[in-house]
Write a new protein. Structure first.
Lengths: 761, 253
């Protein structure tokens, strides 16, 4: 290592040159950055639940709802009807929009004296009072009541069907157009847009806005922290250049690997900037100390890096290990984030040990402030820190009692944790998408589509009236949930046609009694130009779909509904039924993700604990000390879950990473404390004295370090995403807890083990 | 008249001769016989294919009568078994309202069904009623122009381009490949607004029936939806069909 620094200090320009060239190369990747906030992207491509959904999409077309709702005092008013009509026409004209189902063009089967007709609800826009009255009666008597127009006439909906994604050159452009059109038609009526594609677009835009806002913000905050600690221009610029370079390299690596920015990796720059500055602070502090000792620049730098390398490497390795542990996660973007951030941390470390000495060699040494003569011995902070040590040393039983009591309380809170995987719920209640979703669900009964596939295993199997009756049973079962509405299937079409064949007599809204009758009604349907069967039944009539609209629920309720439906299907369609039925759709994918958050949590927690413990043990050559450094972290993790439980903050893709991140970063405090204690104890003073000195000196550094991190992480509170804001708050809380735990629990453990050794010896 | 002008005229007329008939002349001479045009009966297989290539196959017995009173069609499904016996009657009197009737044997009921405007899909296939009836009335709505000859389906063809004149035309542009030797179309491409290819009709397997050349395989591809409808004639007769066939009473028989 010494040889390395000799090389760097001998050729600082070479080092600078290499870094500049590499950074310029990396920066050339940045314009190719892509974003992906989709739920599907969160799940591994070969996951069975996702594959099942793909198969359903392949057989029956898209399973994503895209809904535009118009809310008005009364939609049955000539002006409002015209507005809805024009809005639909304008949306339909957009390239990329395949079809717009509106209250006007919704297909109805009628039976009049002129014959059976399958035609749009109305041929012309109803404008006169009589026309409107007829139209109102027609649509409210139809299956579309409640779906396209609410019974109270206060809301109307348009269902958009998009072209398959391969035919849409620029989805975000299309979404922007839809958003613009909706905004233009709004007022006095409210117009809401809800659809997976739109939410995705909105989310990705929010991500970009977040990045543009949060990254400069964290640079300013961290710059202020640096100024407060180091009070020099070099002290601000050097750490920021180091972390900035590491961020550019890491992001370039991500782009090179074809990884899009996800709602999770979005926080990476803020995290890297925040945690990356600590090593620079340490280095500059030590350098100033060496300079104030009267050493010339070159020697001062050699001494600085001789002393600082090992703690810098250790801190980086443990932090990287904490992030790398996320590779055990199920959710793909979490894995990507974990690995990339780990790489970023290592890169920042490498820069601290190459770029930083090179720059310091090139610039004039900073003005040395004389070592302050009044080492804040009288200061409040020192008194507090001393009292921590005294508490740990002189009243260990009390401290243990308090720690255990807190552990029990927060462990109880952890039991209250809920899960969340719906991206809409990642936004706060005031966000437009969240509000639009809530309004649409309130008025139209659901914004997500769920689907049950019924598979007969043989061509024409669906034409069997007994099978159609099963579709009706499934529909009725789904509709029996408060949170599921408008379940439909091909059985509805058959019943409508049968009724039409019997002169529209409502008594004949029934299934006919033979497969032949079904086949002939379907023939009538296609002869009359009926459309829409493709989304309800496969071309060979072997499989049919029951679709329904579902409300966005909190994760637990959604999990309950899904497992209830699944056990209903499993029970009813066992092996002897000859039928197979399964549930699919986005809600199912969300539930799959949610179940895996818990697994992510447990696996990343365990693996980060093991990795960090191992690294500390190896570096300190002591398993006991490795364990000691983990104990404050275990406490931190329990407290974190307790806070989440008590505060009702859900475990989601973002918050499920907190434990690993807290372990990776928080272990530094314990390492710092233990290293300093060993150094102090080696000088032969008593345990209590060594702890006092450690507690006040290392304690100070730990508190300042924690405060700097908290200042950086709190920037996340200003994110568009509630989930990320919560992450920022929780990780800040974890920094407070883990630093306090290091200051209280570590001396307790060190004192305890020293006494034991004394007794043994 | 100067010699020069005379020479120019000669060259011009010689060029015209070498080019053969004009587009209009070809169109006038063209024999447009699709399956359901004229009077007679046929047995045919109708295959509908969705965008993924999955097929549904039906066998139909078709009776057609065109006379001074109007057009009449009577269709009976022979297969598959579950729609066997389903019958469809379409009456288009010269003066009077079109009527369509459907008989579903499994329900034992016939019902009148709303008659479609021309231009609507025939029996839910990729053909319009107009196209299936062979009543391409291009001359009124289109201007014709002859393009460079081409070989299509292995035979020498004239290539005609029909461009819409006025708003009554169903398509913006139509290309017709005409088999020179037989003066029958072998391929027709239909272009919608924006000059987008919407449908392609391919006619093949021409056989002489009562002295007329009739395509026994007709494929209409919907280039927008990716669907296809294939009609294959198995039996054709040009014999006159009795008017008694075309009655509502006959549906139940």
């Amino acid at each position: 290592m010494q040889r390395w620094f000799k090389l760097v200090l001998d050729h600082p320009w070479v080092v600078m040159g290499v870094v500049v060239v590499l950074t310029a190369f990396a920066a050339s990747f940045l314009p190719r950055i892509t974003f992906d906030a989709s739920i599907d992207a969160m799940i591994p491509e070969d996951d069975p639940v996702l594959l099942e959904l793909m198969e359903v999409v392949d057989d029956f077309g898209t399973q994503d709802l895209f809904l535009i709702a118009v809310q008005s005092d009364n939609v049955f008013n000539p002006a409002v009807l015209k507005k809805i009509h024009d809005l639909a026409a304008e949306l339909e004209a957009l390239p990329g929009v395949a079809e717009v189902q509106s209250p006007f063009n919704a297909q109805k089967v009628t039976s009049g004296f002129w014959g059976i007709e399958i035609a749009p609800m109305t041929a012309e826009l109803p404008q006169s009072p009589e026309e409107i009255e007829d139209f109102k009666k027609d649509i409210l008597d139809s299956p579309y009541a409640g779906r396209l127009v609410t019974a109270d006439g206060r809301g109307a909906a348009l269902f958009l069907e998009l072209e398959s994604l391969s035919l849409i050159p620029d989805l975000s452009e299309l979404m922007g157009q839809i958003e613009e059109i909706a905004a233009r038609y709004a007022g006095p009526e409210e117009i809401h847009v809800v659809g997976d594609a739109y939410i995705l677009y909105y989310t990705e835009r929010a991500m970009k806005q977040d990045l543009l806002k949060l990254v400069p913000f964290v640079v300013v905050i961290v710059g202020a922290v640096l100024y407060a600690t180091l009070r020099s221009a070099l002290g601000i610029v050097l750490p920021l250049v180091t972390v900035g370079t590491s961020v550019i390299w890491t992001v370039a690596l991500m782009i090179w690997q074809g990884i899009p920015v996800s709602i999770i990796s979005m926080v990476m720059p803020v995290i890297l900037v925040t945690i990356g500055i600590a090593s620079s602070i340490h280095i500059l502090n030590k350098y100033q100390e060496a300079l104030s000792g009267g050493l010339p620049k070159r020697q001062a730098l050699e001494q600085t890096f001789g002393a600082i390398t090992s703690p810098v490497v250790m801190a980086a390795l443990t932090t990287a290990a904490g992030f790398a542990a996320l590779i055990t996660a199920f959710v793909e973007p979490i894995r990507e984030f974990g690995v990339l951030t780990a790489v970023g941390v290592i890169l920042a470390m490498a820069l601290s040990l190459s770029l930083v000495p090179a720059i310091l060699m090139l610039v004039k040494e900073p003005k040395v402030r004389l070592a302050e003569d009044k080492p804040a011995r009288e200061g409040l902070l020192t008194r507090i820190l001393l009292s921590f040590v005294h508490w740990a040393v002189y009243r260990p039983k009390r401290l243990v009692a308090v720690v255990v009591a807190l552990l029990i309380v927060f462990a109880l809170g952890a039991g209250l944790i809920t899960l969340e995987s719906n991206i809409v719920n990642y936004f706060g209640a005031s966000s437009p998408v969240k509000r639009a979703t809530m309004v649409i669900e309130e008025v139209f009964g659901g914004s997500m589509q769920i689907a049950v596939v019924l598979d007969t295993g043989e061509p024409d199997g669906i034409k069997d009236p007994a099978v159609l009756a099963e579709l009706v049973t499934i529909q009725e079962y789904l509709n029996s949930f408060d949170t599921i509405n408008h379940a439909t299937s091909v059985a509805d079409v058959i019943r409508e046609l049968n009724q039409a064949m019997w002169d529209g007599d409502p008594e004949f809204y029934t299934l006919p009694d033979s497969p032949e009758a079904v086949a002939q009604l379907l023939l009538l349907f296609s002869m009359q130009g009926g459309s829409g069967l493709d989304s309800l039944v496969t071309y060979d009539y072997s499989r049919a779909l029951v679709t329904a609209q579902m409300k966005t629920l909190d994760a637990e309720a959604m999990g309950q509904v899904i497992s209830q439906v699944e056990s209903f299907l499993k029970e009813r369609y066992g092996a002897e039924s000859g039928l197979q039925a399964y549930l699919s759709g986005t809600p199912k994918v969300m539930q799959r993700l949610m179940n895996r958050y818990v697994q992510t949590q447990v696996s990343s927690l365990v693996s980060s604990g093991i990795m960090v413990g191992l690294i500390v043990s190896l570096l300190m050559k002591s398993v006991v000390l490795g364990l000691f450094s983990l104990i404050p972290l275990a406490f931190t993790v329990v407290v974190n879950f307790g806070i989440m439980g008590f505060a009702g903050l859900p475990l989601d893709a973002v918050t499920s990473m907190i434990s690993s991140v807290a372990i990776g970063i928080g272990v530094d405090y314990a390492i710092h404390y233990i290293s300093r204690y060993r150094w102090e104890a080696a000088s032969g003073q008593g345990t209590a004295a060594a702890l006092e000195r450690t507690g006040t000196s290392a304690g100070r550094a730990i508190i300042f370090n924690a405060l700097a991190l908290i200042a950086g992480f709190l920037v996340l509170v200003f994110s568009h995403f509630r989930a990320i804001a919560v992450f920022g708050l929780l990780i800040s809380a974890a920094m407070i807890v883990s630093s306090l735990a290091a200051l209280l629990v570590v001396p307790l453990l060190l004192n305890f083990s020293a006494k034991r050794q004394l007794r043994k010896g | 008249m100067s010699l020069l002008v005379l020479a120019a005229l000669l060259v011009l007329s010689w060029t015209a001769l070498a080019q053969g008939p004009t587009g209009q002349e070809i169109l006038d001479e063209l024999s447009f016989r699709t399956i359901l045009s004229g009077s007679g009966s046929a047995e045919l297989t109708m295959i509908t294919e969705n965008a993924k290539g999955a097929q549904r196959s039906y066998e139909l017995q078709v009776y057609v009568r065109m006379d001074e009173e109007g057009d009449a069609q009577f269709l009976e499904y022979l297969a598959p078994g579950d729609v066997r016996g389903t019958k469809f009657l379409s009456l288009k009197p010269k003066d009077g309202e079109s009527q369509m009737w459907l008989y579903l044997p499994a329900l034992g009921r016939e019902r009148r069904i709303a008659s479609h405007m021309t231009g609507d899909s025939f029996m839910g296939t990729d053909f319009t009623y107009e196209e299936i009836g062979g009543s391409f009335d291009y001359e009124e709505d289109y201007a014709v122009q002859r393009l460079q000859d081409q070989v299509e389906q292995g035979v020498d063809c004239y290539l005609l381009e029909l461009t819409a004149q006025g708003s009554a035309a169903a398509y913006d542009r139509v290309l017709i490949w005409v088999w020179k030797d037989k003066m029958v179309p072998v391929k027709i491409e239909f272009y919608g607004s924006g000059n987008v290819l919407t449908k392609t009709l391919t006619l093949s397997d021409f056989q002489l029936v009562s002295g007329e050349l009739i395509p026994h395989r007709v494929v209409m591809a919907n280039n927008m939806e990716g669907t296809r409808t294939i009609l294959e004639l198995t039996k054709v007769s040009q014999e006159e069909v009795s008017p008694d066939i075309f009655t509502v009473r006959n549906l139940r028989r």
